[in-house]
Design a binder for this molecule. Structure first.
Ligand SMILES: Cc1ncc(COP(=O)(O)O)c(C=O)c1O
Length: 384
């Protein structure tokens, strides 16, 4: 039996190789490698795709989070509420600014931050909410926007896993950008709700580069101006520096690759949804669920297909025995990470995140994954 990886980027490349090679060669031959035509084009296309006024390319998703928070003026003494069930960099970005991360537990049905738990954590020092659209499933932005509007808080969306994910309105009215606007649209993309959206182009992301990269979306002209300066040593050129900034630029080669993939992203995401639907049908025989998949109103992009299983480790072992990869995202919630001991948390503080860490298992999902592989995987998962 052949092995099944979590992700197969070589298969993806096979479908786009000629175009990618042509674009990459074009950049190499242009002699312009930093902040040139390709980054500008990607920013334009990404802003239009997400439905944001601006998009700014940066060096990574982590930097996208940190620069967004910095441009909102968040710093020492400020509290930022986020989820304990996410990748570590969500909280690193807050700590880079010497601000205080404050955790709010997750909704067990979606793995995303629970807005009612967020509300319990708001204090006079709270400046922002940082929801993560984990595994490609949009966080409950309607309620988060409402809370932010009521308490005058900023929102930075962590969209590292959710390029192209939407919240579908079913004709309902919804607030946008801190509830200031009320708009009626059928669906809105993640990254268009908050004051800023932070995206990652890490190669394994559903829109991935061939190296590191990130992007920030915002409707705020002043934030855009600041982020453009901050990513380039605080300078707009001419060796005049308005801020002490960073070297955090998306490079031309990555932008060229991303432009090729962005054109195909809707098709890739649709394939992921089809794969997820097949998993859903096959796994339901054993009452195994990918919790967030149940909500038909959301435009989940299935960056991961993550189930809960009471015997998770046994399932993982059995899959491994058949050379099938699976991953545990994430085995230790952030409040119990060794690096964050100084925050003084203990086991039991966020029981839903802790339960998720014990029970989750992400199964292979990517547009090129064969249906026969999904059938093979599902059969093994159902047999444990
Ligand atoms: C939820 C989340 N936030 C932030 C990041 C950071 O992105 P990057 O690796 O591009 O810095 C990642 C991925 O790596 C992520 O999964």
């Amino acid at each position: 039996m052949s092995s099944i990886p979590m992700l197969d980027l070589k298969k993806q490349l096979a479908g786009i190789k000629d175009e990618v090679v042509g674009e990459v060669l074009g950049v190499i031959e242009s002699g312009q490698y930093i902040l040139g035509r390709m980054v500008g084009r990607l920013e334009e296309h990404a802003a239009a795709y997400i439905g944001a006024k601006h998009a700014i390319g940066v060096a990574s998703g982590t930097d996208a989070l940190a620069l967004s928070l910095r441009a909102l003026g968040i710093g020492p003494g400020d509290e930022v509420i986020t989820t304990p069930f996410t990748f570590f960099s969500t909280v690193e970005a807050i700590l880079y600014l010497n601000a205080k991360p404050v955790f709010a537990d997750i909704d067990p049905d979606t793995f995303n931050i629970d807005p009612s738990k967020v509300e319990e954590k708001i204090t006079a020092k709270t400046r922002a909410i940082l929801p993560v659209h984990l595994f490609g499933y949009p966080a409950a932005m309607g309620r988060i926007l409402e809370l932010a509007g009521r308490h005058n808080l900023k929102i930075v969306e962590d969209c590292a896993q959710s390029f192209g994910a939407t919240i579908n309105r079913n004709g309902q009215k919804a607030g946008n950008r801190n509830g200031q606007k009320s708009i009626e649209r059928k669906s809105l993309k993640t990254g268009s709700f908050g004051d800023a959206g932070a995206f990652s182009f890490y190669p394994s992301k559903n829109l991935g580069a061939y190296g590191d990269g990130g992007l920030i979306t915002t409707d705020n002209d002043e934030m855009e101006r600041q982020i453009r300066l901050l990513r380039n040593h605080g300078s707009s050129g001419g060796y005049i520096h308005h801020y002490v900034g960073f070297n955090s630029r998306l490079d031309e080669l990555q932008a060229a690759v991303l432009l090729v993939k962005l054109k195909r992203l809707d098709a890739y995401n649709e394939k992921r949804r089809q794969k997820a639907a097949l998993y859903g049908r096959l796994l339901s025989a054993a009452s195994i669920k990918c919790p967030s998949a149940d909500d038909g109103a959301s435009g989940h992009v299935f960056h991961q297909y993550t189930i809960r299983h009471p015997r998770r480790d046994a399932v993982r072992e059995k899959l491994q025995g058949q050379q099938i990869s699976s991953m545990v995202y994430y085995p230790v919630p952030l409040h119990l990470q060794p690096a964050l001991r100084f925050m003084g948390h203990k086991e039991g503080d966020f029981p839903r995140a802790e339960a998720a860490s014990r029970e989750v298992l992400s199964l292979p999902i990517y547009p090129e994954l064969e249906d026969s592989a999904i059938k093979r995987i599902s059969k093994i998962v159902c047999s444990v």
